[in-house]
Design a protein around this ligand. Structure first.
Ligand code: NAD
Ligand code: IPM
Ligand code: MN
Length: 376
């Protein structure tokens, strides 16, 4: 059935737990969208290791072209031991991911880190430190060390190098996006760099200072990345928006995931100036648990909620999915990664599919409730 409000989403399930978690994310969107009379056409395409096996390359041209033409792209994860050896670097699954991000021009990767009910026991931090944590990391995604000149020179001794390069434009656009986000939140921006050592960081810091003059209502501070790692654990609730370069953002958000309780919880949205957004949980393909039906689908589900809000123009569906996740966690349901802490009364450990079904059920109910309230 083609609805009046239909969207096309390219789904790149990828490898390992990627297919398991994106399936549950699609269920949640279907449930929230249907309740509002909306339809989604899903286009599943090969990507990552799965694409290497089928076509020899991690990002087939047809996958990139279809992704660029879609309303949004929903991605699971790529990579795994099968493709870790014997492939040239540019044919690894991870190289496909970088090419996809570049090909979509999604330079800003938004990674919200929020304490939820489950965090109280799943996080190694004490509840009083965790309480109130609600921060947004804006990670630069298409520049820096990941994309600079690299190579290996024959020896002896063999030399290898990666280069961190940033243009002013690359820094400015992501910093400006972070300021805009902060202006709509608690108006605090922390810029993270290594300006005591790196020239790119000094450039970054100067650019943040310059752009900050356009946002007098946003309070800015700067932290070196090593200190930032420490402060994120020591006082996570004091941060609002954090902006940082590509590799530093990658590392700090895995750390942030532990603060929140599990990497399986964290979603992300990658945005450019135009074209579709890319939505992916921050975790990888988790080969150690793939195929066992125990992966936490909430990071993927919450990524799909961000997709509804930021690319599909369905804020009610996004809110319904997010409320559903909170409700299901409040009811005591946990995937195994969230149930590692001290035993709690009323906790029920469930698998990937059951967690997805519970969220979809609640999302449909929340969406229907929202529709009824929205009637004149
Ligand atoms: P990982 O995130 O896949 O796993 C790290 C640990 O977290 C593992 O113990 C895993 O079981 C656990 N974990 C991850 N997601 C989970 C979930 N949803 N529910 C429960 N537990 C979860 O990182 P890794 O092991 O370093 O990397 C594995 C592969 O994934 C590598 O090939 C790597 O390159 C790739 N990777 C891909 C992406 C991506 O596609 N965006 C991101 C990170 C890593
Ligand atoms: C992530 C991943 C990727 C990254 C890898 C797999 C290329 O760690 O999305 O966080 O470093 O960006
Ligand atoms: Mn990462």
């Amino acid at each position: 059935m083609k609805g009046v409000d239909g969207r096309t989403v390219v789904v790149l399930e990828g490898d390992g737990i990627g297919p398991e978690v994106t399936r549950e994310a699609r269920k949640a969107v279907e449930a929230a969208a249907q309740a509002g009379g909306r339809t989604v056409a899903w286009r599943l395409l090969p990507f990552g290791g799965q694409a290497i096996d089928q076509t020899g390359v991690p990002l087939p041209e047809t996958t990139l072209i279809a992704s660029q033409a879609a309303d949004a792209v929903l991605l699971g994860a790529v990579g795994g031991p099968k493709w870790d050896r014997g492939l040239p670097p540019e044919r690894r699954p991870e190289a496909g991911l970088l090419a996809l991000r570049r090909g979509l021009g999604v330079y800003a990767n938004l990674r919200p880190i929020r304490a939820v009910t489950a965090s109280r026991t799943a996080s190694p931090l004490r509840p009083e430190i965790l309480e109130g944590t609600d921060l947004m990391v804006v990670r630069e995604l298409t520049g820096g060390l990941y994309f600079g000149p690299r190579g290996r020179q024959p020896g002896p001794p063999v030399r290898s190098y990666d280069t961190m390069v940033y243009t002013e434009e690359e820094i400015e656009r992501v910093v400006r996006l972070a300021f805009r986000l902060a202006a709509g939140r608690r108006r605090r921006l922390t810029s993270v760099d290594k300006a005591n050592i790196l020239e790119t960081s000094r450039h970054w810091r100067e650019t943040v200072e310059r752009v900050s003059r356009e946002y007098p209502d946003v309070a800015v501070d700067h932290l070196y990345v090593d200190a930032a790692a420490m402060e994120l654990v020591r006082r996570p609730a004091t941060f609002d928006v954090v902006v940082t370069e590509n590799l530093m953002g990658d590392i700090l958000t895995d750390l942030g995931a532990v603060v929140a309780g599990s990497i399986g919880l964290l979603p992300s949205a990658s945005l450019g100036d135009n074209g579709p957004g890319l939505y992916e949980p921050i975790h990888g393909s988790a080969p150690d648990i793939a195929g066992r039906g125990v992966a936490n689908p909430l990071g993927a589900i919450l990524s799909a909620a961000l997709m509804c809000r930021l690319s599909l123009g369905w804020p009610e569906a996004a809110a319904a999915i997010e409320a559903a996740v909170d409700r299901v966690l409040n009811q005591g349901y946990r995937t195994p990664d969230l149930a590692r802490g001290p035993a709690e009364p009323g906790i029920r450990v469930v698998g990937t599919q059951e967690m997805g079904n519970l969220v979809a059920q609640e999302a449909a109910a929340a969406a229907v409730g929202g529709e009824i309230l929205a009637q004149p």
